[in-house]
Design a protein. Sequence first.
Length: 84
Amino acid sequence: MGEFKNRINVTINDQHYTIVGEDNPEHIRYVAHLVDEKMKELGSKNAGLDTTRKAILTAVNVMHEKVQLEEQLKDLQQGSRSEE
């Protein structure tokens, strides 16, 4: 039996995409919205950026935030272990 996959239509940077995934459709829409907002934010600060450059800078920004959160989580986990 095949796994159920949602097909969700979203708009990012004025382009339409169909995202296929197993996650809740509202979650997929929310994530797409966050990507769209980040790309718009970068575009408003750097009007000359083409779509590819905005996408790359968005990916770099998101990964930077992810790494920071992972480091914070690691610090918190180490802090709770030292209290034991």
